[in-house]
Write a protein that binds this ligand. Structure first.
Ligand code: CP
Ligand code: NVA
Length: 311
């Protein structure tokens, strides 16, 4: 599998085999790191980490993953550079592309990460935009694979804000990898028709299915239940409205019981607002797997950098 020079902007751009390859590479890098073995595939490479929005996991994963492989990461926060206000995205991209070998971007518009890729001439990795969060999906799927040994055929339910970056990216990833994926959300927060249609076509090829519903009974038989914050970064003003709308879609013990299974796992991309999208008791009961998932951000992001930029 050769992904050298490729950007990682959305999972739409990657085939089933390419996504599976990145997950397996991450598992391999993780096993090596557990034995104290790190690599040198990013030796001599400099990586720019642009963050318009805050981050714990993604920033740390890119930093540690890069250093583990011998590279140098440089953090550029929103007040450090003039991206998009005093200097255009196109010009910033052309400057950074002359100095850096790869660029991570987290921020608002998907268009920005696409422009960075177009104008920098180096691999660009999406560390979250309003539309997508593709590196998170690799960590989620690595965690599912660790728990169940496979991905194809798993019944995977996402509940909460059904049209945010996580819902969109989980739907793309699940439909490419043959999972039975359900978005459980109030109708006003269902994903865009166009993306659902595209994912249904992917699912047809992978023997997966996509279901969008507001019926809580849809969790029956779920192998995994996933949720995310009710207000994504930048949406804080909507808190009261979202709490009222999403309260019935909270992951609590009653919802977990509705699966009818005693081995359903709970996943969350984090950060979590306990008491909103998930109760403290459900979160703590499943904390080991949730923090495996957080750790897996590092191994999977390292895999993306190694695959697209490594020697
Ligand atoms: N899950 C995730 O992206 O976490 P951060 O916002 O801390 O990077
Ligand atoms: N939907 C969340 C994901 C955080 C990792 C947000 O965009 O804030």
């Amino acid at each position: 599998m050769n992904l050298k020079g490729r950007s990682f902007l959305t999972l739409k751009d990657f085939s089933t085999e390419e996504i599976e390859y990145l997950i397996d590479l991450a598992a391999d890098l993780k096993a090596k790191k557990k034995q104290g073995i790190t690599g040198s595939s990013l030796k001599g490479k400099n990586i720019a980490l642009i963050f318009e929005k805050p981050s714990t996991r993604t920033r740390c994963a890119f930093t540690v993953g890069c250093i583990d492989e011998g590279g140098h990461p440089e953090y550029l926060g929103k007040d450090d550079i003039q991206l998009g206000y005093k200097e255009s995205v196109e010009d910033t991209a052309r400057v950074l592309g002359r100095m850096f070998d790869g660029i991570e971007f987290r921020g608002f518009k998907q268009e920005t990460v696409e422009k960075l890729a177009k104008y920098s001439g180096v691999p660009v990795w999406n560390g979250l935009t309003d539309s997508y969060h593709p590196t998170q999906i690799l960590a989620d799927f690595l965690t599912l694979k660790e728990q169940f040994g496979h991905l194809k055929g798993l019944h995977f339910v996402y509940t909460g804000d059904g049209r945010n970056n996580m819902a969109n990216s989980l739907m793309i990833g699940s439909s490419k990898l043959g999972l039975h994926f359900t978005i459980l959300a109030p109708k006003s927060l269902w994903p865009g028709e166009e993306l659902v249609t595209l994912c249904k076509a992917y699912a047809k090829d992978s023997q997966g299915t996509i279901t969008i519903t507001d019926e809580l009974e849809a969790v029956k038989g779920a192998d995994a239940i996933y949720t995310d914050v009710w207000c994504s970064m930048g949406e804080e003003a909507l808190a009261a409205e979202r709490i009222a709308l999403l309260k019935p879609f909270q992951v609590n013990q009653q919802l977990m019981d509705k699966t009818g299974k005693d081995n359903t796992i709970f996943l969350h991309c984090l950060p979590a607002v306990k008491g909103n999208e998930v109760t403290e008791d459900v979160f703590e009961k499943h904390a080991d797997v949730v923090f495996d998932e957080a750790e897996n951000r590092m191994h999977t992001i390292k895999a993306v950098m190694v695959a697209t930029l490594g020697n």
